[in-house]
Each structure stands twice: as C-alpha cells, then as structure tokens.
Design a protein around this ligand. Structure first.
Ligand code: GLU
Length: 368
C-alpha cells in the first residue's frame, strides 16, 4: 500500500495546493504568516524544477485583514467581512510576491466568484487564463473575490473553491493544507488513541461521517471545517483526481510529493469524468432542486434514463431553462445533478404529469 501511495503522489503532474487561513494567519502577530509563505515558495520552486504544474488557492484575506480593523474574530456583517478581505488580500499578495520573487518565480492574483464557474463560457475563459499562466511559468494565487461576492454569487468556502479549481484545471492532485495532520477515525484533540488514516481508497458514507467526529468546524479566522474539506475531496475524487490532506504547519508540498510526508491520501476514482460532466457534477453551483420518487430514482440509476416530469414530486428554488439543478430522492439525499429543460415555474406545472418532454435529458445528467 505504501508503495502505491508513494507512486501516486510522485507521479502527480498538475497540482492544486490549498492553504487554509489557520496556516496563513500568524499565531502571534495575527498578520500574514510570511515565514510560512517563504517556505512555501521554496517548496513550490523545488516542485516547479521537477516539472510539476502548480496553482495555489489561498485563504487568509479576511483572517489577516480583520486584525488591522481590530476584530478578534470574523465580523458578522458581510460588508465588514468584505472590507477585511479587501485589506488582507493586499498583504497576502505582497507576501506571496516577495517570497516567490526570491525563488525567481512570478506570481499572479486571480479572484473568482461562483459566476465564473456557473457560466460555461466564463469557465472556458478561465481555463485559457490558467493555460497561459502555465505557459509563462506564472504561479496563479487564487482566492474568492470576497470583497464583492455576496451570498448568491459566492463559491462558499475555499475548500469548495479549491476543488472547483482542481476540476476545471484537470489537476491530478489536490493538496489541502490545514492545521490537522490528516483525517482521523476520531477527534485527535479529545481522544489520544485517535488513529490517522494514511490511505482512503473510497469516500463512503462512513468516511464522510468522520468529519463530525474530527470535531473541526472552522475557527475565528477560517470558514470550512473537516466537513467542507471532505466535500472537496469527494468532488475531486469522484472525477478521478487524487487528494491529500496534511498539516501545513508541519509539512510542505514537495515533502508530500517527493518524501513520505504524514497525511491522508484519498484515491481518485479510476473512471475520469470528461470536462462537461465535471462541470455538471461539481464545479457549478446549482440554482434549485427537484425531488423525484423511487420510480424516477430507479430509472436514472439502473436504466440510465432521463428525468421525466411524471417522477417529480416537488420543485424548489427559482431557475431558468438550461440552469443547473440538483436532483434528490424522497429522503433528501442528493443523487444527481443536471441541466433543466424547464424553468422552475413551468416545471411545477408539469410535475407528476405523464407524456411530457424530459425535465433533464440523460445527456445533461450526472448520477452520483
Ligand atoms: N476566501 C476567504 C479568505 O481569504 C477564506 C474562506 C475560507 O476560509 O474558506 O479569507
């Protein structure tokens, strides 16, 4: 097993590195942890020299900006949070530029919001920008455009942002750096016998349930806890990308790839999804959802069928024709995602009726 783990990591060529706020905010000064960024730059230089392609998803804008305005924890009010992000983002980028310049690497800032992923045209533009950065050996430092993003256009948290980036960029590996050593079978802060999982071959319900047990639900500076990390891992592994969860205060990226660093490796699904299916399944944020009955679930799961109005028991949210929507079963489990051929108003009218055109055509549907 450990050879497989080593090979999978060593062979990864395109890597997205996500650094959480807990690593980027200096514990004593509460400003940018420049000492960490300096080590990160050296580590990325080693990987770039080894022919790896790297993009960084960096949190820490709100977490460092809030210190300057005297907030001990993230402010509640969205506009206050946004102004903290506007302040912190400059300090962060300043630190990245200084540290990477010493390694003779040029960095560029890319700020994104959910709209950049929802619209397939913008999504493709983003792919082009990333390709150009790669061509010029520029390391993109990506964050959510927090200072303008409000709830409806937010990606959510940077764990989700990092999995979206890994998916649209067709990365081989998503490295998630937080302040935990990896995924444990129980909360390591409470249970001294908690066991670190080195290798997780499949994201099962049991694995997802470990998020609650790990007891990590964000902090004064960070947003996502272990649950959002596992959601990100689930998204990328479903599409064939491997993921690695490690402690950014102890481990650096080159150590994960080239040395046998501590952390949890999550194995990507052997079946890689094509770009459109990836976009459908995880990258874009759905505008609404429908609930389908057991007959409908059976048809899409076993018969590879389209979603028909006759099987729809309820419709929620407001969406237009061609918007992406979630499909759930009667117990509220998300089972698929696809592009609606109706707007929400008209879909409500035809729900439960026979002999209607498909609500979601099978070609526009990804079943989980
Ligand atoms: N984009 C936020 C920031 O830079 C972080 C969100 C998160 O922690 O997930 O502060």
């Amino acid at each position: 097993m450990s050879d497989l783990r080593k090979n999978l990591l060593a062979e990864a060529k395109r890597i997205v590195i996500k650094i959480g706020s807990k690593v980027l905010v200096d514990e004593s000064s509460k400003g940018v942890n420049s000492a960490f960024i300096k080590k990160l730059a050296q580590s990325v230089a080693i990987l770039q020299n080894a022919g790896k392609e790297i993009a960084i998803v960096s949190s820490g804008a709100v977490g460092t900006g809030m210190t300057k305005l005297g907030y001990p924890k993230k402010p509640e009010h969205i506009a206050d949070k946004q102004v903290c992000a506007a302040i912190g983002q400059i300090d962060l980028m300043h630190a990245y530029r200084n540290a990477f310049e010493k390694e003779k690497i040029i960095v560029g800032q890319i700020l994104l919001s959910a709209e950049d992923f929802r619209d397939r045209g913008r999504y493709k533009n983003l792919q082009n920008v990333m390709d150009s950065a790669l061509k010029h050996k520029v390391i993109p430092i990506i964050n959510e455009n927090d200072s303008v993003a409000v709830a409806e256009i937010k990606v959510g948290d940077n764990d989700k942002l990092s999995s979206d980036v890994a998916l649209f960029w067709n990365a081989d590996l998503l490295l998630l750096f937080t302040d935990e050593d990896g995924l444990f079978d129980s909360n390591p802060k409470k249970n001294p016998n908690a066991r670190l999982l080195n290798f997780v071959p499949e994201i099962t319900k049991e694995v997802m349930s470990l998020a609650g047990k790990s007891g990590d639900a964000g902090s004064a500076v960070s947003t996502g806890g272990m649950a959002s990390k596992l959601e990100a891992v689930k998204a990328v592994t479903f599409s064939g990308c491997n993921a690695f969860l490690a402690n950014g205060t102890k481990v650096l990226p080159h150590e994960v790839l080239l040395e046998n660093a501590t952390g949890t490796l999550f194995l990507g699904n052997a079946k890689k999804l094509g770009s459109r299916k990836k976009w459908l399944s995880f990258v874009s944020t759905p505008k609404g959802s429908i609930t389908i009955d057991d007959g409908g679930v059976n048809a899409i799961r076993k018969k590879n069928a389209s979603v028909l109005p006759v099987g729809i028991s309820s419709v929620s949210g407001h969406f237009n024709v061609k918007d992406l929507i979630d499909v759930q079963d009667l117990n509220g489990n998300k089972i698929a995602r696809g592009v609606s051929r109706f707007d929400s108003e008209n879909l409500r009218k035809v729900a439960r009726l026979k002999n209607q055109k498909e609500a979601i055509h099978k070609n526009d549907l990804v079943v989980f």
